[in-house]
Ligand binder design. Sequence first.
Ligand code: ZN
Ligand code: ZN
Length: 328
Amino acid sequence: MGRKLIIVLLLIGLVLIAAIWQRHRLLLPQITPGEPIPQLTDANPVPGGQPFAAEPHFSVVQLDEATYAIAEPHSWARNVNYLILGDERALLFDAGVGHYDIRPVVASLTDLPLTFMPSHFHYDHTGQGDWARIAVVDLPHVRERASDDRLTLTWGEHLGSGEGIELPTWEVTQWVAPNSAIELGGRSLVLLYTPGHTDNSVSLFDVERQLMFTGDFLTDNGSLSSFLPTARPGDFLQSADKVLARTREMQRMVFRGAHAGIENTIPASHREDLQTLRDGLIAIRDGDLTGAGSYPVVYTFKDGSTMTMEPGWLQQWEPTYADGHSVH
Ligand SMILES: [Zn+2]
Ligand SMILES: [Zn+2]
């Protein structure tokens, strides 16, 4: 083989390696416009929802005397954000894309001091604008980047360039350790680290109510994903195992995810849905479930819901943090 041919093959190899390394940077502009995505004009109304008078983009559903879902039925993502009230404090779990300001909706429902906490750092959950109090999960790989409690998200964590949204820098007022409780006054929310969709995904567990807010870890809109930057199928499986174990014997458990389906019903999943997710992940790992497409690959579970992943040779099944680590 001539020396020139060897050099050409080496260069092609290097380009391929770089393309695989930067695959998400190459993919995102193909699937997002780089500017705000238009609202859905023919969205189904939210069952039981009350459109917010000043901004009918939002629809409010009262789930119990101290828990509200603030849905965005006209958004492409059909986000559902949750306002969780205690006697002394309120917590907003997710804030949507932020093209519409959720803060007046929250102010119309409570005058308690408000803390914002994202279920994870994707831009369709972090909203836009300032928050007086922001709580963020205390994870080694996140905390080490914050100086003076200022945290700037990375491109791969946020992905807001898909709609032309700049990376936020937060003044974190509360670092919440996994397995510790956020006290709202007469109401406790235990923070569980539930990675897999991203490596910063968390769920909030109201043990007394047998209620868990799960972000994009578990939602019943029919599609989950573990293929964007920082996603890891091994983390997803570990999270499913953990939440199944923590909720054993809790037959009333309801999981409230962050995206509604086309009917715009407020998400409500149950332990059997979580079991289906866990069984499906194991089947993917063991090669017993075949996906459709080449990149990304879409796997269909037995209940018809889907899991979007990278192809098998890029799937990482070792969890980021071992089971015994303090984050678990
Ligand atoms: Zn997400
Ligand atoms: Zn999401």
